[in-house]
Design a protein around this ligand. Sequence first.
Ligand SMILES: [Zn+2]
Length: 489
Amino acid sequence: MQLYLCEKPAQAKDIAKVLGVKQRGQGFLFGSGITVTWAIGHLLEVAAPEHYGEQFGPPWRMEVMPVLPVQWQWSVKKETAGQFAVVQQLLKQADEVIIATDADREGEVIARELLEYCHFTGPVRRLWLSALDETHKATTYPRTDCGYLPMSMQADIPVVLTALVRTDPAMTAVISQLDRQLVSRVWNDTKITAHHAIIPTRHAFDISRLTTDELKVYQLIRQHYLAQFLPTQETDVTEVTLDIGGPLFRVKGRVNVMTGWKALFTDEAGEHGKEEGKEADLPLPALNQGDRCQVIEAKIQASHTKPPAPFTEGTLIAAMKNAAGLVSDPQLKQILRESAGLGTEATRAGILDTLFKRRLIERKKKAIHATPLAQELIAGLPTVLTDPGMTALWEQSLEDIAQGKASLAVFMQKQAQWLLHLVGRGKTQPLHLTLPKTPACPNCGGRMRQRQGKTSPFWGCVNYPACKGMLNDKAVTQSRKARRANQKV
Ligand SMILES: [Zn+2]
């Protein structure tokens, strides 16, 4: 049996449709000689410290840190153990596995860790694909942040443009002006990630069926695709420095030479003009070096500098993506720019969720603030750990390993040495953390930690499993309210 291993159920459904596999099993789809199954993200996770020996906890103890396994081990994730059992069973029956997870680093790991954990030794092949069911869609695969197109898709240009005109005849004039031979910088095979940039498909469709919002998104995607076939915009910028009684005053003027691709973005340009000040777009009068001008009017404006606005969820995610802006080392800046910053498109929102759960960030209306706990933690950690540049260094190492320029064993060995050094230093250096108030354990009086139960959060003793003290979340909030009420009296 040929087993297709997908990353998530929706992907498996799409692939099964293409393969003509229609019968449903529990956790898989099957047809003649082919079975399609799926993970639900990672079905495995790195084993907890206690997995390597009782001495490692819980509770975690400083003396035995750091935990440096000789052989890293995996555990089955509890939440998706059912699907793991399905995959494990199917791998036993499979003659060949075709990895059909997303074609990126994460997708590859999701599949490879399963094959390794289940000791699959048969032949393995890789399926690379993008935009399976584009036939029914106006645009190609949407869940991507890639802004590039593979050279091979240049062959589709005439078909896509014809489809655009058939979909929306109003585009005829614009499309007739395009230079189809123009090769802009978006055509770049080396920049293609799991997917390519979002563009209109090769198929015409009924544009009247789009909702207002859908139409706006579609028009934006179409606009950016068409812009690739228009020349670059050219502007002459002149700058004049005027000496008015000593202080120097500067003014810039712009003259549009060639509108190029900007012609497609006229509305947007208008809005930008308003934001940046209209003067910038006005041409300057003809002047010569050393000319004298007359000062007609002078005004003094009083204003204050403003602190930077606090992050919102949206701007924080954007800042993670553009982390290069937060690093001063030019080399690390470049790496961060290429690797697209901290986290990935798929993981950034989840990272914020974890920070909320750990009470390191909190919401104040729309703004996100670091809690005092987070500020103490950052202050207590060595700068090297809190600098986004560290991510860049690790990204570079991973890239070197992928290209065979460095060895994984050497990288891991260096990491272990470095970790030993950091933990050693941390042990001698006091860390002051003001922990949020927590209830005392009703059994042993120890600290309690909030945990996620099946339906609602609860408080469990940190000495679990030695102590099984527990409180439900409601009881804690109620007793707090009662205490506060008593204090008021
Ligand atoms: Zn206890």
